[in-house]
Design a protein around this ligand. Structure first.
Ligand SMILES: [Zn+2]
Length: 263
């Protein structure tokens, strides 16, 4: 009897031991799986973090690119009223407005250039060049229209065909809104003809106009760029610094603006 009880106890002990072993194995397995799961989650998170860092560095790079582009764009837009380009390809800006000042009783220019213009003419007179006057200055669009149509009509009366009359007129008179005279920053001196190039006034201007911010706008050798024939009488205000640079670089306004945009 005693034996059978002991046997039972022994069996029970063995059973308990086995159960404990199973529980331990299950626990170990559970622990192992947990470790694997935790490390998987951890690495995955880390990868995501790294990606985040990459993305944010991309954003920084993108921002840098934008930051570089913006100043370039601003540089391209030459924001200088003295350098407004008006020609066949670049008509007067739609929102153009002007404040005028009088050169004499009938002629006007942009208020901002009157002091330099008067000073320049005074300087010429002070060295004995008295035979100088402004023949044409600011022209309203309406006046430019009248001038343009009158010239065409003159040619038509002479028997020229319409196209011929137009192309001949365009050599010297721009269409309304395409003339620098509409801008109020240009003046024509004396009789507005080519003989002006043989005058003392022209010689003086060629040397000194830059000191007052003026340049000869349509030089003979630049006609293919400006699209305008030689006009020794037509002087354009660009401001002193620009006038010096244009002289130094031997550039007309079209070339100079392109130069500024590219540098
Ligand atoms: Zn002119």
């Amino acid at each position: 009897m005693k034996n059978s009880v002991e046997n039972k106890r022994e069996r029970y002990k063995k059973k308990s031991k086995k159960n404990l072993e199973i529980i331990l194995i299950i626990l170990m397995l559970f622990l192992g799986i947990s470790i694997i799961l935790i490390s998987l989650i951890f690495f995955n998170h880390k990868e995501k973090e790294e990606k985040k860092v990459e993305t944010s560095s991309e954003t920084v790079e993108e921002n840098n690119v934008i930051e570089i582009v913006i100043p370039k764009e601003e540089k391209r837009k030459i924001n200088d009223w003295r350098l407004i380009l008006v020609n066949k390809e670049n008509p007067l800006p739609q929102d153009f407005t002007i404040e005028l000042a009088n050169v004499d009783k009938t002629r006007q220019v942009d208020k901002r250039i009157i002091a330099d213009l008067k000073e320049m003419m005074q300087s010429m007179k002070s060295v004995g060049i008295n035979n100088i006057w402004v023949q044409s200055a600011y022209r309203s669009i309406e006046y430019q229209e009248k001038l343009y149509n009158n010239r065409i009509n003159e040619y038509l009366k002479l028997g020229l065909k319409k196209e011929e009359a137009e192309s001949l007129t365009l050599k010297y008179i721009n269409k309304p809104g395409e003339s620098e005279h509409n801008l109020g920053l240009a003046v024509d001196f004396n009789r507005v003809n080519e003989d002006f190039k043989n005058t003392k006034a022209f010689e003086w201007l060629s040397k000194n106009a830059k000191d007052y911010g003026f340049v000869m706008r349509y030089p003979e050798e630049k006609a293919n760029i400006t699209g305008i024939e030689y006009e020794p009488w037509h002087w354009r205000y660009v401001g002193k610094e620009n006038a010096y640079k244009m002289n130094e670089l031997n550039m007309c306004l079209e070339e100079y603006i392109k130069y500024l945009e590219e540098n």
